[in-house]
Design a binder for this molecule. Sequence first.
Ligand code: GTP
Ligand code: MG
Length: 199
Amino acid sequence: MKTFSFRTSEDSISFKDYSELKKYGLPEICFTGRSNVGKSSLINAITNRKSLASTSNKPGHTRKIFFYNISRKFMLVDLPGYGYAQVSKRKIEEISQLVFLYLTKRTYLKKVYILIDSRHGFKESDINFLEFIKSNNITYQIVFTKTDKVSHKEREKLIQGIQFHKLIKNNNPFFTSSKTKLGIKDIKKQIINILSENG
Ligand SMILES: Nc1nc2c(ncn2[C@@H]2O[C@H](COP(=O)(O)OP(=O)(O)OP(=O)(O)O)[C@@H](O)[C@H]2O)c(=O)[nH]1
Ligand SMILES: [Mg+2]
């Protein structure tokens, strides 16, 4: 198995229009989910950087697609969050279009991690998004975030929810915390496997 360091020396490159998106010729792994779920924080935890990806407690912070070149081997991609109502309708449409085109057209995309806040579980916007992902045959995996904020009991409840919901049955979700670093090593291991499988 090949090993990769998850270091990045360069800063991010961001795009707000699909037509501007560069072709890097490198495999891409992307993170998506509702606004404020912890996408940018997870990228920081994976790359072991405090503020590579800009984070905020204000939902709707990331409004463009951000690419992080990791050791010139692959790209980690931070997508704008969905399910956030506090931006204008036009802005939501622009962002949705960008995310839609990226997810459906990008041939370099190898995996989509869908993040779910452990405190809130699946919301209607998550279910709609999952339906879209499944109907487009996009490879995805569920990642529960902010597990440091929930009790063991609440975590068990989340697991039971997964068993029962047909959309995510057998998806083997990750349980993570960008604060305690729970599950970060496991995601990194899986990314290395995906990259090995893709040559
Ligand atoms: N306790 C705790 N807080 C977290 C964790 N991950 C993220 N947060 C906090 O949650 C807030 C949102 O985190 P972001 O990483 O900016 O979330 P995002 O999904 O990128 O948000 P948008 O860019 O707005 O879509 C910030 O205040 C983070 O500090 C975690 O694992 N544990
Ligand atoms: Mg963000």
